[in-house]
Design a protein around this ligand. Structure first.
Ligand SMILES: [Fe+2]
Length: 193
């Protein structure tokens, strides 16, 4: 199968310019392209069968290793952009999601916890997952290093510099995170739960 880049119905965002989003969406499309490219290249190598040289075997192994980077790069951006669809919406109280959040993060709250995890050094994502009756928040390196296997993703905050460097310098990462939460549609996160 061939993956096709999704389109997102994004409103005008506060603190994230049209140019920033355009650049970021183009980057997302690059991941989709490379998922297909790796799959296609591996298919080509499969035809070599026993005739694959030692060099071919290295290339095949490296492509397989690389596939998760491209695939998760594609998928994580889909989680990311979908969260802005429908426009900004606050977290609602008194539902299963808000109860799970309260039980796990108490007075501090989920947003404050995400902000704390987001201060981790390095490129990657803050990812919030659902597990049976609870929530986990982790820092994922690149797009695929440290993903919690099998858990549904509730929220994905892109912390690669490409996510904000059209609008902010690296020292202004906090302003980008403010903009992320200003525009976040929590009802999308709640419906994923
Ligand atoms: Fe990104």
């Amino acid at each position: 199968m061939t993956y096709i880049a999704k389109t997102f119905n994004l409103p005008a965002l506060q603190g994230l310019s049209e140019k920033q989003i355009k650049v970021h969406l183009a980057l997302y499309e690059g991941y989709v392209k490379h998922v297909n490219l790796i799959a296609e290249t591996l298919k080509g190598y499969a035809a070599y069968g026993d005739k694959a040289s030692e060099g071919d075997k290295y290339a095949i192994a490296e492509l397989r290793r690389r596939f998760a980077f491209e695939f998760d790069g594609m998928r994580m951006h889909e989680f990311y952009f979908e969260q802005f669809e429908g426009g900004s919406c606050k977290m609602q109280d008194g539902n299963e999601f808000s109860n799970a959040v309260k039980e796990k993060y108490g007075e501090k709250g989920l947003e404050a916890h995400i902000r704390e995890v987001a201060s981790s050094r390095g490129i990657g994502w803050v990812v919030v997952y659902k597990d049976a009756g609870t929530i986990h928040t982790t820092f994922v390196g690149d797009h695929e290093v440290g993903q919690l296997s099998g858990l549904p993703i509730l929220l994905a905050l892109d912390l690669w510099e490409h996510a904000y460097m059209v609008d902010y310098v690296p020292a202004e990462k906090k302003n980008y995170i403010d903009a992320f939460f200003t525009n976040l549609n929590w009802s999308v996160v709640e419906s994923r739960f």
